[in-house]
Design a protein around this ligand. Structure first.
Ligand SMILES: Cc1cc2nc3c(=O)[nH]c(=O)nc-3n(C[C@H](O)[C@H](O)[C@H](O)COP(=O)(O)OP(=O)(O)OC[C@H]3O[C@@H](n4cnc5c(N)ncnc54)[C@H](O)[C@@H]3O)c2cc1C
Length: 362
């Protein structure tokens, strides 16, 4: 954080997708297999220890070790099963609170940013709502919980007052040709949002069966939130909001649909006293052979924490301090197996192919 705020954040050349494309390539070029378009339905246990995974296709993959980075509550509750957990773990899982969801509005805008400062912007429409800790707590309750509020009151207040983080990846990485056509730019406005389906005009059943996307009330609320996010972009980039070519909002429901996270959270366990530092799960678990990684672990929340947690989980399995090895400069991949990425390399297409290759071979 100190580095990010004080000296500026780093951005992967080619966009965040290069991380997934790079990891996928390393796994596949070292004889690993990636299975996509299939779910793990449960973790198989034998004599109380991990014996493999059972897929939604009915296939079982035997393994003495499983590392799970799916939603931590679901790992324990759905994949292991409450009945297989010691009482203390069951209680802990039941009381864990998840972080509020993060939402992103994406815009393709016919607006030239090549001369704009290469900056992140935090747009705070109403400083009075953030004047002290009490006001901040009230704002959190009003905008991110909204327990006793009508949908109309909540969405009007949210649209007018929610702060947002605004950035353009086209400006961050002008060499990334797929980001936007010359002279235009891709913009993002990011903020937190309530997970409560009622505030999004939905019933939990509609979310479970996927009907929610066609609900006109939900569409209307989405439109209001999208307009609010565009207004935040206008503050940072005056004139941009009149030239929108394309807009899309990802809501907490979108996050659940794609990652199956509890209540649309993207940051795992809420960072609160008792769920932070020593209160956050480490790699090994009470179930022999089960390890956890991901944003809910001690190294989270967020992308970087999730990545470090993967190294930590691999280290816990191998009983080696891989972070120390990496810091000492040890290279663990066989570089000769990795082809250089040429200028036209498209990380999105490369990661999509991981799934397509597999579905063709089945
Ligand atoms: C809009 C948005 C903006 C964000 N911005 C930032 C940011 O600026 N900085 C930052 O650090 N972080 C950010 N994050 C958070 C970051 O993306 C997450 O914390 C991180 O990706 C979590 O990684 P993970 O490995 O724990 O989980 P995930 O990335 O959710 O990976 C879990 C995977 O498991 C799959 N899965 C789920 N259930 C099953 C199953 N039963 N079988 C098989 N597979 C399953 C899911 O589909 C998913 O692909 C943002 C998130 C969102 C949504």
């Amino acid at each position: 954080m100190d580095h990010f705020v004080g000296r500026g954040g780093w951005f992967p050349k080619g966009g965040g997708q290069v991380l997934a494309a790079g990891f996928a390539e390393v796994i596949q070029k070292h004889d690993g297999q990636i299975r996509s378009r299939v779910e793990v339905s449960r973790i198989a246990l034998e004599g109380g220890r991990v014996a493999g995974v059972v897929l939604s296709t009915g296939e079982t993959i035997a393994a003495p070790v499983v590392i799970s980075n799916i939603d931590i509550k679901k790992t324990y509750r759905d994949l292991i099963g409450k009945e297989n957990l010691p009482r203390a773990t069951r209680l802990q899982v039941a009381t864990w609170r998840m972080a509020p969801p993060v939402i992103n509005a994406f815009f393709g805008i016919d607006h030239d940013v090549s001369n704009a400062p290469n900056s992140n912007h935090f747009v705070i429409p109403n400083w009075d709502r953030a004047r002290n800790l009490h006001a901040l707590a009230t704002m959190k309750s009003d905008l991110l919980v909204g327990r006793r509020r009508s949908v109309h009151d909540w969405v009007s207040d949210y649209a007018a007052n929610i702060p947002a983080y605004v950035q353009t990846s086209t400006r961050r990485d002008p060499s990334h040709g797929a980001s936007a056509p010359q002279g235009s730019a891709a913009f993002e406005a990011q903020t937190m949002a309530p997970s409560n389906p009622r505030l999004w005009g939905l019933d939990p059943e509609e979310i479970a069966d996927g009907r929610y996307r066609r609900n006109p009330r939900y569409q209307e609320i989405k439109e209001k939130v999208t307009d609010a996010m565009l207004a935040r972009i206008e503050v940072a980039y005056p004139g941009a909001s009149a030239k929108v070519e394309w807009a899309e909002l990802a809501t907490p429901m979108t996050q659940s649909r794609y990652t199956d996270s509890t209540a649309g959270n993207a940051m795992g366990l809420e960072p609160r006293i008792g769920q932070y530092g020593f209160g956050r799960p480490r790699s090994a678990t009470v179930v022999p052979g089960l390890f956890v990684a991901g944003t809910s672990t001690a190294w989270g929340p967020g992308t970087q924490g999730a990545m470090v947690s993967g190294v930590k989980a691999a280290g816990a399995v191998l009983q080696r301090d891989l972070v120390r090895d990496i810091r000492a400069g040890r290279v663990m991949v066989d570089r000769s197996r990795l082809a250089p990425w040429n200028a036209g390399f498209d990380p999105l297409e490369a990661t999509r192919m991981v799934g397509r290759d597999r579905s063709r071979s089945r």
